[in-house]
Write a protein that binds this ligand. Structure first.
Ligand code: HAM
Length: 421
């Protein structure tokens, strides 16, 4: 290292971000495969939106009183002076895309999913990162509580396929614009009476949005919140009916759940149903996935009056509890001796790859012993031997590294042998 070289620390990944190394990527790909296969069975299609959006989108969508907007956004001004934000969540982007492309006028169902990185400036800890990955799924224009249940059932099907044991499903209703103001009034009064016991942040929330006190993780605030009125006691007939219908459908699906009246979730847009699936194996950050209904966002954005529901699942959290075998594809190692053999060897590698055989060629001139040592270190399944003899005969050697058996043949014969196993 020269004097000018920056210290190692300065070149490290930014706090709260992580590299996903090649040995981990296999399980990410397995997760992505299972997610796609599951969601497509239910008629969802992928929609990919940009990583950054106008800051206003999240202020309006995620909500001015949410922790995400007040504290956690990565916001910057671009060269043209626009305020942009790295998406902290995906839901507002989907709503924007539907309005922008008038997807609501198309005949296909408005069911979308996506997988990708999200960004939140939160305190990093186990299961909580500043760049993390979500699987997000949203359905629009279905007001029947049966779709809420179908979404929760789909989440269960997914977690089942991923082999995640020991989960618990929490459900609640946060009411709508008819009943929530009445509840908020009662909640604010109760919270004012306990204000002295609350943290400074929650004292502020008493006036801005007392619902957000339920999101606070501080023990004193949680204790105070236990005595607060329950939103379920304030639901209007419409919201109560929707919630009862949801529970009925969940019973029909035989999905065990717990009604958790404090589950208001940290985002401002929810109406009626909210839900979370938590896992005992995760520690403090125990939510694997969370979501709910947000029937007003589309019309609040100036779009059509379309109700919506969705959820997002944390991929890092799922991978920390799922047992996903990463498939290791068996491969052939090319051992060539000399320049003539290198040319023929590369043609052979191309031939085998075109026929679906994974082939590794390292452009280092090695002797045969060194080739074999390297192949065995890399755990190659086979070594293809191309030396002067083989060049002359047009027949090549293929050694099975597991059995030690070596055969000789033309490239077609060797391929047939590989295929026959
Ligand atoms: P959320 O509850 O903020 O909801 O995030 C969903 C999931 O993302 C969490 O349950 C967790 O697994 C994961 N997650 C959140 N923050 C972090 C973090 N800092 N590090 C690692 N994982 C994290 C939403 O984002 C809503 N958009 C869900 C939704 C979709 N509601 C309706 N449609």
């Amino acid at each position: 290292m020269t004097d000018e070289a920056p210290a190692k620390k300065e070149l490290a990944a930014v706090k709260g971000t992580k590299d996903i190394l090649p040995e981990e990527v296999g399980s990410w790909q397995a997760l992505e495969r299972i997610v796609r296969a599951t969601f497509e069975l239910y008629g969802y299609r992928e929609l990919r939106a940009p990583v950054f959006e106008a800051t206003e989108l999240f202020e309006k969508g995620t909500g001015q009183t949410s922790d995400i907007v007040t504290k956690e956004m990565y916001t910057f001004t671009d060269k043209a002076g626009r305020s942009l934000t790295l998406r902290p969540e995906y839901t507002p982007s989907v709503v924007r895309a539907i309005i922008e492309h008038r997807l609501d006028l198309r005949p296909e169902p408005l069911r979308y999913y996506y997988m990708g990185p999200m960004f939140r400036y939160d305190k990093p800890q186990k299961g909580r990162y500043r760049q993390f990955h979500q699987v997000d799924v949203e359905v629009f224009g279905e007001k029947d509580a049966a779709v809420d249940a179908e979404l929760i059932e789909m989440a269960h099907a997914l977690l089942g396929t991923l082999g995640i044991p020991g989960t618990e499903t929490l459900v609640n209703s946060v009411g709508d614009r008819t009943c929530r103001p009445v509840y908020l009034k009662a909640l604010r009064e109760a919270a004012r009476a306990k204000a002295a016991e609350l943290c400074p942040d929650c004292q502020r929330k008493v006036e801005t949005n007392p619902l957000r006190i339920f999101d606070c993780k501080i023990a004193a605030c949680q204790l105070a919140a236990e005595s607060f009125p329950r939103i379920l006691d304030y639901l209007c007939p419409e919201c109560r009916g929707h919630f009862q219908a949801l529970l009925g459908w969940l019973d029909l699906y035989k999905i065990p759940y717990r009604v958790e009246p404090r589950l208001v979730r940290g985002l401002d847009y929810y109406t009626k149903t909210t839900f979370e699936v938590v896992s005992g194996g995760l520690g403090a950050q125990n939510a694997l996935l969370g979501g709910g209904r947000y029937d007003d966002m589309m019309k609040d954005f100036g779009g059509p009056d379309l109700c919506a529901i969705g959820f997002a699942m944390g991929m890092e959290r799922v991978l920390s509890v799922a047992k996903l075998p990463s498939e290791k594809k068996r491969f052939l190692y090319l051992a060539y001796l000399g320049q003539g053999a290198k040319k023929v060897g590369l043609e052979l590698a191309r031939f085998f790859r075109r026929n679906g055989v994974k082939c590794l060629v390292e452009f280092k001139d090695r002797g045969m012993r060194a080739h074999f040592a390297r192949a065995s270190k890399l755990e190659a399944a086979w070594v293809l031997i191309v030396g002067d003899d083989e060049l002359r005969k047009g027949r090549f050697g293929l050694k099975d590294m597991t059995t030690g058996r070596q055969v000789e043949g033309t490239r077609d014969e060797l391929l047939a042998g590989l295929r026959a196993g």
